[in-house]
Design a protein around this ligand. Structure first.
Ligand code: SP5
Ligand code: ZN
Length: 340
């Protein structure tokens, strides 16, 4: 299958994140995409192509245009206020507070985020734009008749909601791709295998019957994003039944993960999907520095085989995974297992 990639992702490089009370070098770093590119190439999975430069107009199909405008305009405002340091929010419109967008750049950063995991830097918006283009070029390949494609994008997307960034995610690459596929006539299911619940993707499609969201992730009682991802979230209104969460406890290995993946795949088949968008996070790996599942490198071959067993058009979209040394091999293993 083809991999879509551009070096533009390097323009987004946060210096630090606050984790466990310490300023720590950002886990979501450019090297992640580089090592995946190296290993996808080494595995001989197929050509690597540049994205088509179509811009991000399609992002407004799932995101609030005011949020997109904020992302575009935040850096110059931050630079004028604070100088050339990473733009980070520190105050949020939490339960007792008013939900009104302020004029202050610090206030806007809080208004349009749900955590402090999303630094904006000088080149971030260009990288965010390129990630959407990488995802949408994958859509174009599928629409043109390819069975599968791999959108190797950074920054990731699945935590981003219609109007909030969080969890290293700014625009929701997978949700935008799924929406464009739906509008092209596909019946779309999303399979989110990132270790963290895809709260943004779930929220975007929660009231809709036409897109199925399925996710296997660390249990929100224990794990980020803490406030969504429970098993009793089935969808709302017209979307009732089109959401399936399969939370697993810390320490889960393939013996628990494999049956959860089977359950997600059975739901996708019952939904009658003809296309699956895979939010491909590799932070389920046993050596991931911020996660607590125990998948091993060969398990990713089995993951790819099981996804191929759906027999659907498949768009893989890169999400998380922070054990950088093994990240390339683990990603290539999913795609190799899929190709069979
Ligand atoms: C796309 C994606 O994978 N985003 C993940 C964002 C996670 N941010 C919060 C991480 C909290 C980690 N806490 C465990 C610390 C282990 N020392
Ligand atoms: Zn993750």
């Amino acid at each position: 299958m083809k991999t879509i990639y551009t070096a533009d992702h390097n323009l987004h490089h946060a210096a630090y994140e606050l984790i466990g009370g310490q300023m720590t070098p950002a886990f979501e770093c450019p090297r992640r995409a580089e090592i995946v590119l190296e290993q996808v190439t080494a595995a001989g999975l197929g050509p690597v192509i540049e994205p088509t430069r179509m811009g991000i107009a399609a992002a407004a199909k799932v995101h609030d245009p005011r949020f997109i405008a904020f992302l575009e305009q935040a850096w110059p405002a931050w630079l004028a206020e604070h100088g050339d340091s990473d733009a980070l929010p520190m105050t949020w419109p939490a339960r007792s507070l008013r939900q009104i967008e302020p004029d202050s750049i610090d206030g806007k950063l809080g208004f349009y985020s749900f955590d402090a995991g999303c630094a904006l830097t000088r080149g971030s918006f260009t990288a965010i734009t390129s990630a959407v283009e990488v995802a949408l070029t994958g859509v174009d390949l599928i629409a043109a008749g390819e069975r599968a494609a791999f959108s190797l994008c950074r920054p990731p997307g699945h935590h981003a909601t219609a109007d909030q960034m969080g969890g290293y995610c700014y625009l929701n690459n997978a949700a935008i791709a799924a929406q464009v596929l739906v509008e092209a006539g596909a019946r779309v299911a999303i399979l989110d295998v990132d270790y963290h619940h895809g709260n943004g993707t779930q929220a975007i499609f929660y009231g809709r019957p036409d897109v199925l969201f399925t996710s296997i992730h660390g249990h929100p009682r224990q794990e980020y994003p803490y406030f969504l991802g429970y098993a009793d979230e089935h969808g709302a209104g017209q979307g009732e039944g089109a959401n399936l969460n399969l939370p697993l406890v810390w320490g889960s290995a393939w013996d628990a993960y494999g049956p959860a993946l089977d359950a997600a795949c059975e739901k996708i088949t019952a939904f009658g999907a003809d296309t699956v968008v895979v939010s491909l996070g590799l932070d389920t790996f046993e050596e991931d520095p911020i996660s607590k599942f125990k998948l091993k490198s060969p398990d990713y071959l089995r993951m790819g085989e099981r996804i191929a067993g759906l027999g659907l058009k498949t768009l893989f979209i890169f999400e998380g995974g922070y054990a950088v040394e093994a990240l390339g091999v683990n990603t290539a293993n999913v795609l190799t297992g899929f190709e069979g």
